[in-house]
Design a protein around this ligand. Structure first.
Ligand code: CCH
Length: 287
């Protein structure tokens, strides 16, 4: 039997727009990175769900097993404890909301509040015990190539177009030497959701950074922006590159594809019967 229990029915007792607003309230923070917890909340939601394996139907956003070692200690998850701790106040205010729903919702809130598209969202994830955690190595390794990216994302059930669409999240946030060993932001506006990642990939000249750290790239002109080896793969690979070009030219197309792919990512591994209510949250500046 599965160590993960079936989803809790959406009893309608939780006002998720209210929980959305509570998360939106804690995003801004001048003492954190570029002034927002948004990027790391997106990374938390992605790492909680990106462990999914279609073949065995294991992993995924159902479970929130990153609360426990060894998953909390997996190298890919370095630094995410801060995001989990930051969300504790919202969990305390809403004990009926599971950690797995809370982390997933936090990713959606972050994307929408930072100016991104509306992401359809469905509650009902149940938290699981540590035993349900998947083995290390299910999340991508930034130092590898196109084959690795395909191995990882095809395993979850994504195609090349969706891989490129999801990667556009790197418009947000930055790499921290203390977490991943890599250093720097991908774009000059790391707290705003734009198609800037795709534009930077195509428009800048990317050169290997000269340093003792892991192999990464910096823009030749200023050295202020960065790309991981897996980022550059998207303009080197014949099947990925056309999508980078399309998304760089058409932000609306990317918003649409990104919203669909991020929703799909958040649904991985969550048992559904098709009758669940889908939520479309209002951004706080629209309320
Ligand atoms: Fe990512 N990402 N990511 N990433 N990521 C990192 C940071 C962020 C890879 C590696 C890294 C996605 C895909 C990939 C975000 C969202 C997504 C870091 C730096 C590495 C390394 C971590 C640090 O040092 O703090 C690799 C490899 C892949 C391969 O595809 C996808 C997909 C998403 C979301 C949809 C976000 C956001 C960040 C910034 C976090 C922050 O704290 O600023």
């Amino acid at each position: 039997t599965s160590p993960v229990s079936p989803p809790s029915p959406d009893s309608g007792e939780v006002n998720y727009q209210k929980v959305y607003n509570q998360i939106a309230d804690i995003l801004e923070d001048n003492d954190w990175d570029d002034g927002s917890w948004g990027p790391i909340f997106v990374r938390l939601a992605w790492h909680a769900s990106g462990t999914y394996d279609k073949a065995t139907n294991t992993g995924g956003s159902h479970g929130a097993t990153m609360r426990f070692a060894p998953e909390s200690e997996h190298a890919a998850n370095a630094g995410l404890k801060a995001a989990r701790n930051k969300l504790e106040s919202v969990k305390t205010a809403n004990p009926a909301v599971t950690y797995s729903d809370l982390w997933s919702l936090a990713g959606v809130v972050a994307i929408q509040e930072m100016g991104g598209p509306t992401i359809p969202w469905i509650p009902g994830r149940r938290d699981a015990e540590a035993i349900a955690a998947t083995p290390d190595g299910r999340l991508p390794d930034a130092s590898l190539g196109a084959n690795h990216l395909r191995d990882i994302f095809y395993r979850m059930g994504f195609d090349d177009r969706e891989i490129v669409a999801l990667s556009g999240a790197h418009a947000l946030g930055r790499c921290h030497p203390s977490n991943s060993g890599f250093d720097g932001p991908w774009t000059a506006s790391p707290t705003i959701v734009t198609n800037g990642y795709f534009k930077e990939l195509l428009e800048k000249k990317w050169v290997e950074k000269k340093w003792k750290g892991p192999k990464q790239y910096v823009d030749k002109e200023t050295g202020d922006l960065m790309m991981l080896p897996t980022d550059l793969v998207l303009i080197q690979d014949r099947s990925f590159r056309p999508w980078v070009e399309k998304y760089a030219a058409d932000e609306k197309l990317w918003f649409n594809d990104f919203a669909n792919a991020f929703h799909k990512l958040q649904e991985l591994g969550v048992p559904r019967n098709g009758s669940e209510k889908v939520y479309y949250f209002k951004r706080t500046d629209e309320q």
